[in-house]
Design a protein around this ligand. Structure first.
Ligand code: G4P
Length: 524
């Protein structure tokens, strides 16, 4: 197969949802169709169970599992599908945001009884920022669900996303009969007692009176609703979907493996193949010969006995070849990757080549960090791996004076891995860790002790938000820093960060210093 064909057949995407909507279940069912796993239950959830915030063994165990399940590749029909897993727990949302920079499209799972939930909204904001094409799977139709039209309205309003149903449910809960597949014009019947997937029944025209033979009087309501759908929603417009403006919607029950194959079939047909990526210097087309790729995730110290790390690299252009010499742009050094791995479900295997859209695992001894670019030689830098303004802050202190070196090294490496963000106060020189959730502090403390033999103590720092500031007017910047000198810090790249005590104080500062730009992500 030619290079261009290899790119065209790739579908690299992420599944996101509010915890418990069914992301893990759906992923597993997709893998079953792809033949990547044979039995249900093979994909372990990498979510941290509610209330288990102190169960470090659980976190450790899941870290191990989540390496294997971070990327899952499989062949389906003529397509190569790559699913990138995202952590469900909201304290790890930064990890999710970074993973979303490596996908070409997203499937959002929504619980049919609950509708749009807070985490769904946040994740959608990231997709919107990047204009990522989004497909929606409304799950758990086997349970009593909300009215279909009102669910779609809610998605349009809360996710600020136009929708176009491509399937339609026939009742829900105990009365759930199945879905009419608008995309394929066929009927899929649901039977909770039958394990095997029933073949779809072709129904070009729902006015066909034999529809009653299958779903009885529900046919009348289905016809009415479908007429309304055709009246209310414009024809499905693939271009609008690819531009991230319109979401096709499917319905089903991941638990019963119902509606999943229809979703997958439509997905491979309409979802995008790898798109151009944007470096600071120029737009890079996947079909270019020169290799480019970037590191979006790092897993360190999986095995406590070995300082082993795996860097996850998304290939953006060119054909990746094992043992070829590539340039590591940040250091300017050449590197040869001798055992790159691909991830096929729970197995890792060494590969000889990879194509744009693929994710490879690169064993690393500490040279690569998140955001690094690798190329055949050209000096380009990928952008778009933002850190977000943290919302929880603590001073970090050494609790074992004999181990200060270990602590410094551990903190450094964990920050590179993206576990949290480190700031240094310009006022007192103390180190501050900023996170988006409480759990990250616990993970840091635990990992410092177990992986680096260092002990730390945290001291709460009641702050509202940290934001990056810049200003063309040096005089004004100096004036601002003088006035706020107790609240100024620098990030790991030495850039100025303002730590606002409260939303009110931040607002006051913004009002008073109108020429200063306050940024809430690290990329601006
Ligand atoms: P998540 O990754 O989005 O957090 O959700 P996950 O797939 O783990 O699903 C959350 C719960 O919802 C699980 O139940 C799962 O079995 C259930 N679920 C997922 N899809 C469906 C569906 O289509 N219908 C119904 N009725 N339930 C569904 P649990 O009891 O929390 O976990 P488990 O003990 O069953 O694993």
């Amino acid at each position: 197969m030619g290079f261009k064909e290899e790119i065209k057949r790739r579908r690299t995407f992420g599944i996101v949802s509010h915890p418990d909507a069914g992301k893990t279940t759906l992923t597993e069912k997709l893998l079953l169709f792809g033949g990547a796993i044979r039995v249900a239950g093979a994909v372990k959830s990498n979510k941290i169970k509610k209330g288990a915030t102190s169960d470090f063994m659980e976190i450790e165990r899941q870290r191990g599992i989540s390496v294997a399940t971070s990327v899952m590749g499989f062949e389906y029909r003529d397509y190569k599908v790559n699913i990138l897993d995202t952590p469900g727990h909201q304290d790890f949302q930064e990890d999710t945001f970074r993973t979303l920079t490596a996908v070409d499209s997203v499937i959002i799972v929504i619980d049919a009884a609950k509708g749009v939930e807070p985490q769904t909204e946040k994740l959608m904001n990231v997709c919107r920022m990047r204009k990522t094409p989004v497909m929606v799977f409304i799950n758990k139709l086997d349970r009593p669900s909300r009215d279909t039209f009102s669910l779609l309205d809610e998605i349009e309003e809360q996710l600020k996303l136009k929708t176009r149903p491509l399937s339609w449910p026939i009742n829900s809960g105990a009365d759930f009969k199945g879905v009419y597949n608008i995309y394929k014009r066929s009927l899929n019947l649901f039977d909770a007692d039958v394990q095997e997937i029933q073949p779809a029944i072709k129904f070009e025209d729902v006015n066909d009176p034999t529809l009653e033979n299958h779903i009885g009087n529900d046919a009348i309501e289905l016809r009415e609703e479908l007429e309304l759908v055709e009246g209310v929603y414009p024809e499905f417009d693939r271009e609008a979907y690819l531009a991230g403006e319109l979401a096709p919607v499917f319905f089903g029950s991941a638990l019963y493996n119902f509606g999943v194959q229809e979703l997958l079939d439509a997905f491979v047909e309409i979802a995008p193949s790898p798109k151009p990526s944007f470096s600071e210097e120029r737009e890079i087309n996947p079909e270019e010969e020169g290799l480019t790729g970037f590191v979006f995730k790092i897993h360190a110290n999986i095995d406590p006995n070995h300082r082993s790390r795996i860097a996850f690299v998304k290939i953006c252009s060119g054909r990746f070849e094992r043992n070829a010499v590539y340039k590591h742009i940040r250091t300017g050094k050449n590197m040869r990757i001798s055992s790159p791995t691909a991830f096929m479900a729970s197995q890792k295997e060494v590969i000889d080549e990879a194509f744009p859209g693929d994710i490879i695992g690169v064993p690393d001894t500490g040279n690569l960090i998140i955001g690094d670019t690798i190329t055949s030689g050209e000096d380009v830098h990928f952008k778009g791996l933002p850190s977000f303004s943290p919302e929880m802050f603590r001073y970090i202190e050494n609790a074992d004076p004999m181990k200060s070196k270990q602590l410094a090294k551990g903190v450094d490496q964990l920050m590179e891995e993206g576990v949290a963000q480190l700031f240094t106060s310009q006022f007192n020189g103390r180190k501050i860790i900023g996170t988006v959730g409480q759990l990250q502090f616990e993970v840091i403390q635990y990992r410092l002790e177990h992986e680096y033999g260092a002990k730390c103590r945290f001291e709460t720092l009641p702050m509202h938000k940290a934001c990056w500031i810049e200003c063309d007017d040096q005089k004004m910047l100096t004036e601002f820093k003088k006035r706020k000198h107790q609240k100024m810090a620098v990030d790991k790249r030495g850039r100025d960060v303002f730590m606002a005590d409260s939303g009110f104080i931040l607002q006051m500062a913004q009002d008073e210093f109108k020429d200063i730009k306050f940024h809430f992500t690290s990329e601006f």
